[in-house]
Design a binder for this molecule. Structure first.
Ligand code: NAG
Ligand code: NAG
Ligand code: NAG
Ligand code: NAG
Ligand code: NAG
Ligand code: NAG
Ligand code: NAG
Length: 550
């Protein structure tokens, strides 16, 4: 019997999670009164947890690590769909892609599925000044060409003027000419306007913080950074942090034998860049020549360190403006990115490498002691200072959490009413949330008490999904338009395993057919953390899989 995906998912959820996460008692609605906490939401584009604070030994990210040292960091946070617009609309509205019905880039939820409230809209309606800098909503139809203005924002969203050069020929090739390359280390003083989008966004965000300091209303400032999204256009000095001879390949650079073709994403956008096109790489499986794989990884890591400096300048300014004692900081990414794992690149899949994201919350006086007058929590740290000390995360949780939890969690942390849980279906309801609130993780009274486990990783799960137009990789497998979707891969991640079923999907009625199974994947975390050995067909797991199907 075909079930609508939300019903199927929520049935599972209710079975598995019945005992978890009672909503925290919330404070009365905060108004523009004194004492309300501000929110600084930092959204990074395509950043997997390749960060020092997530245990990465190569990447230098001292400023993000410093934020983590004062935050609660989620080790097992997952995006609901590993592509920009669907993921952003999902976490900004607090609903699954099956409810926003956005699996591609081509519709605006308010006219397509339901008039769902967004996180910034909710803060705005509760007396906050809300502001958007850079890429917060995905631009284009999916946010009505306006970043969901006027509903979400108090002012017109800011976009850096140099953004328009991102995909133009501004990368100096070996021939001395300018190209639209994938690898694009630049001399910032030579590029058009002499600046880069993320530098401009940081400057604008700091200007806004300065203005907000004098205001009596609390603010909600969202800043969306562009890097490490492709093209890797970053100040070239960051390459020096990652000498090519020190760059290894992914630990599992081959396409695994047991990988169902439907699970594979052929990374078509990468192939379209001039420098990659010149390599004449075989479609769909590649591989990319080994030295070029190293260069991609080098440029990704360099972009992350460049991003880290922007975060450092932003948080340094927050500190200097003495706002760190009354501003919640949430740091996250829209999804991850494959850097050659399973022979794959980019996002567009259901693997951990593309769905797992960094997620951390700094809450003044809660995840760290309130800074005293004049004390700096976030002094800028230079990634080129190789002697500077690595900083461990403050608190950590290993619970499986979803990005959809951002809405109820930020609302609750700021003292606003946590929106009610959504009924099924919820297309007609403007304000509700499908994600769990993570507030129970913040229930520590003394920040010095045991910094470990709050919650129970064995009782939590995270769902992701990815659509495909066909069983085998083809030109539009990475980003099928709604009308072309024929298969949906539903994926569940627990602390022990990732299980994915690829089932028939009817895009006219938004119906998944769970008796029409095209392929399955099962990976156990302990024995196969990289997800290279699909044991879905192994007879010894039959009974286990049967027990999962509702
Ligand atoms: C959608 O929600 C917005 C914000 O609450 C409201 O202004 C607008 O009237 C709603 N639109 C419809 C069609 O209900
Ligand atoms: C989308 O933007 C257009 C043009 O500004 C506007 O007329 C329309 O009402 C917007 N859609 C919604 C659902 O608000
Ligand atoms: C690169 O590797 C060499 C040899 O292992 C090591 O001495 C050097 O510190 C490494 N450089 C960086 C920037 O990690
Ligand atoms: C699993 O079994 C199906 C059906 O027999 C087959 O098509 C598929 O290739 C098998 N997958 C693996 C990983 O062995
Ligand atoms: C690209 O590769 C294909 C086979 O993989 C070959 O037939 C073709 O000649 C190559 N083209 C160029 C321009 O090297
Ligand atoms: C934050 O710090 C500033 C400067 O030290 C001080 O004036 C303000 O009262 C503090 N606010 C809170 C909520 O502690
Ligand atoms: C669901 O898939 C099964 C197996 O392919 C098929 O027999 C059935 O007709 C499908 N149901 C619908 C509603 O399409």
């Amino acid at each position: 019997m075909p079930l609508t995906p939300p019903a199927w998912l929520l049935l599972w959820l209710s079975l598995l999670l019945s005992s978890v996460c009672p909503a925290l008692k919330t404070a009365a609605q905060a108004s523009a009164s004194t004492g309300a906490l501000n929110v600084l939401l930092i959204i990074v584009d395509d950043l997997r947890p390749s960060l020092g604070c997530y245990g990465d030994k190569i990447v230098r990210s001292p400023n993000i690590d410093q934020l983590a040292a004062h935050s609660l960091l989620f080790q097992n946070a997952f995006a609901q769909q590993a592509v920009c617009a669907p993921s952003r609309v999902s976490f900004l509205t607090g609903r699954r892609p099956d409810t926003t019905r956005l699996y591609d880039f081509n519709s605006y939820w308010r006219s397509h599925s339901g008039n769902f409230s967004t996180i910034p809209q909710y803060f705005k309606e509760n007396g906050y000044v809300t502001m958007s800098v850079g890429k917060v909503f995905h631009p284009g139809i999916s946010s009505n060409y306006s970043d969901d203005s006027p509903y979400s924002w108090s002012f017109l969203p800011y976009h850096p003027s140099s953004e328009k050069y991102e995909n133009t020929k501004t990368c100096r090739g070996q021939d001395g000419e300018l190209h639209a390359n994938l690898l694009c280390p630049v001399d910032v003083k030579d590029v058009p306007e002499g600046t880069l989008p993320d530098i401009q966004s940081t400057e604008e965000a700091i200007r806004l913080l300065e203005k907000m300091k004098t205001l009596s209303s609390p603010f909600f400032l969202a800043i969306g950074y562009h890097k490490p999204h492709i093209p890797f256009r970053y100040p070239k000095e960051f390459q020096k942090l990652y000498p090519l001879e020190n760059i290894t390949l992914a630990p599992d650079p081959q396409v695994p034998g047991g990988l169902p073709p439907v699970a594979y994403n052929p990374w078509m956008d990468i192939r379209q860049r001039e420098d990659v096109k010149a390599l004449n790489i075989s479609v769909p499986y590649g591989p990319i020549p080994v030295d070029f794989q190293q260069k991609i990884r080098q440029s990704y890591f360099a972009s992350v360190s460049y991003l880290d400096t922007q975060v450092g300048h932003l948080l340094g300014a927050l500190d200097d403006l003495e706002l760190a004692n009354r501003t919640i900081i949430a740091f996250m990414s829209d999804h991850g990115w494959s850097l050659g794992e399973h022979g794959e690149w980019a996002k567009y899949s259901n693997f951990d490498v593309t769905t797992r994201v960094p997620l951390m919350f700094y809450v003044p006086g809660k995840t760290a002691p309130l800074p005293e007058a004049g004390q700096k929590l976030f002094p800028y740290r230079d990634p080129f200072d190789l002697a500077s000390q690595w900083m461990a995360p403050g608190r950590q949780s290993w619970d499986l959490v979803e990005l959809m939890s951002l809405f109820p969690t930020l609302a609750g942390l700021a003292g606003l009413q946590v929106p009610p849980r959504c009924p099924i279906p919820s297309f007609h309801i403007e304000l509700c949330r499908e994600g769990q609130s993570l507030l129970n993780h913040f229930r520590f009274h003394d920040w010095e008490e045991d910094p470990h486990l709050h919650g129970n990783p064995h009782e939590s799960v995270a769902y992701s999904q990815y659509p495909r137009p066909a069983d085998s990789p083809q030109w539009n497998s990475d980003k099928p338009s709604l009308k072309d979707i024929k298969i949906m891969g539903y994926s569940i991640r627990t602390i022990d395993y990732r299980y994915t079923v690829w089932v028939g999907f009817n895009p006219d009625e938004f119906l998944a057919n769970f008796t029409d199974i095209h392929a399955g994947e099962l990976y156990f975390v302990d024995s196969d953390p990289l997800q290279d050995h699909n044991v879905y067909n192994d007879s010894q797991h039959r009974e286990f899989l049967q027990s999962l199907i509702p």
